[in-house]
Design a protein around this ligand. Structure first.
Ligand code: OS5
Length: 230
């Protein structure tokens, strides 16, 4: 079974690369793809660079060129739900694009014809995450993640995203990866650890907590690999 593991920033995959056995590095379409193994799993690991376009490209390559049969995303996010604090983990039940707007034609925010507002993650992978969290006594929130090509550091914008999409956390890649996987019929999973609260302090908090929160997410994802069948 080939499993894809991706992040957006190098900081999000470095703690994963440190835990696997690296076999080969392949450069393709201006990105590096790390072929590796962890226990019984063959892995392809990459960071996409920031945003929906880069992450959709990387996800597509992982599925089509590297034949990944599942895709797991690990990284950081801004908190919307007030239960979420720096370092806390959230898994997405579904994701949406908060910056997709053809409301001028009467469509709801986040919707374009022949698609849907929300893309759902794999309940099998989410159940594995919940089992790992239970076993290790780790607090894991399940919720809606909103994705867009903006770093949100504004409480009004954050409130709009919360009210419009019922979102619990915000980031810049999850939904685009999700829509790619959904189109190819590949199970996917999005895990994020909170780096900031998407408010006026977000830039400062993000810089301060990126590394530790990315490590939290990566540590949890590695533990999940023990429970994913060959
Ligand atoms: O990947 C982007 C989305 N990530 C999740 C996230 C988030 N998204 C939206 N709003 C928030 N409040 C969020 N909090 C966490 C994180 C990441 C955000 S964009 C960060 C850009 C940081 C940066 N820019 N330049 N550098 C770092 C330096 C640099 C220079 C050369 C090469 C690489 C980096």
């Amino acid at each position: 079974m080939n499993i894809a593991i991706m992040g957006a920033m190098v900081e999000e995959i470095t703690p994963i690369l440190e835990r696997v056995t690296l076999k080969e590095t392949i450069e393709y379409a201006k990105n590096k793809y790390y072929l590796a193994s962890y226990k019984q799993h063959n892995l392809v690991i990459a960071y996409s660079k920031i945003g929906k376009v880069h992450s959709a490209l990387t996800a597509s390559i992982m599925l089509e060129k590297f034949k990944a049969e599942k895709l797991l995303f690990s990284g950081v996010a801004g908190a919307i739900n007030e239960q979420l604090h720096i370092g806390d983990l959230i898994i997405a039940t579904k994701l949406c694009q908060h910056d997709l707007d053809i409301s001028a034609f009467g469509h709801p925010y986040g919707y374009v014809p022949e698609s849907k507002i929300y893309v759902e993650t794999s309940s099998t992978l989410n159940n594995i995450a919940k089992k790992v969290a239970d076993k290790l006594n780790i607090n894991l929130l399940e919720g809606i993640i909103a994705t867009g090509d903006q770093f949100i550091n504004d409480t009004q914008k954050k409130q709009w995203i919360k009210d419009t999409f019922n979102a619990d956390a915000i980031e810049m890649e999850g939904a685009s990866v999700g829509f790619v996987c959904d189109a190819f019929g590949v199970e996917f999973f999005v895990l994020r650890a909170i780096s900031d609260s998407a408010d006026m302090d977000a830039g400062f908090d993000f810089d301060k907590f990126l590394e530790t929160s990315a490590q939290n997410s990566a540590d949890f994802l590695i533990k999940m690999l023990d429970y994913i069948d060959e």
